[in-house]
Design a protein around this ligand. Sequence first.
Ligand code: ADP
Ligand code: MG
Length: 257
Amino acid sequence: MHIWAVANQKGGVGKTTTVVSLAGLLADAGHRVLMLDLDPHGSLTSYFRFDPDTIELSAYNLFKVTGKIPEDLPASLILETGHPNLSLLPASTALATLERHAQAQGGMGLVISKMLTILWDDYDYVLIDSPPVLGVLMINALAACQQLIIPVQTEFLAMKGLERMVRTLTMINRARKRPVPYLIVPTLFDRRTQASNKSLRDLQDTYEELVWHSVIPIDTKLRDASTAGIAPSALDPNGRGIKAYTSLVDSLMNPVG
Ligand code: ADP
Ligand code: MG
């Protein structure tokens, strides 16, 4: 099982779009993929037409367990999406109540890691969508993943949010046996604007090889896919947004060096 998390302490940078796009492409390629929604807003859950306000079983049930997670619990929370290789462990708005406990109390930070060991043989890839808040949920995502993807919107002040995210990660990495490798992915890139070009140069100057060598362009088809309720790759496999995500999958599966 490969576990990738997508996180940034800023909202609206393309986290959920990145999760759906990468998950859809991996599923199209024949991998068994689980998407895990840890954002109390439940955008990923809504994307697939489930309602995070009314859903009864969700990731929240995992956090309510005291003691060991029952072997049959994780599978009982998973929903099918219509794509044969693509499943979803949804969020519910109840997850927001967990964020009040910013301090992960004993073991609270490892709920998702432990849950995934139960599902270890059932999926080839797990993609975790996380909330734009440094709290219990993001800590769970960062503690569980083997690869972190940090989408950064190429716009004025893009670097500001990123600095905070990198500091958070440094803190988490100190507590881990093995540091999480991360890749900064420039998103919502509009090559006609100075703001996009300048922020991309700033990112590259500061973070160098930690920045992905390409960009995710603005592509309205990616936005349209979310209203269609299907993975973007199903909507338009040749769109430039999905082509960029195809190249990102390739970079993540074949890291250089
Ligand atoms: P986050 O999860 O970080 O809050 P989203 O993935 O929900 O961000 O993206 C925010 C908004 O921007 C959504 O409406 C989404 O459809 C849109 N969006 C994301 N990436 C792109 C893109 N490359 N091109 C066009 N629209 C995009
Ligand atoms: Mg989101």
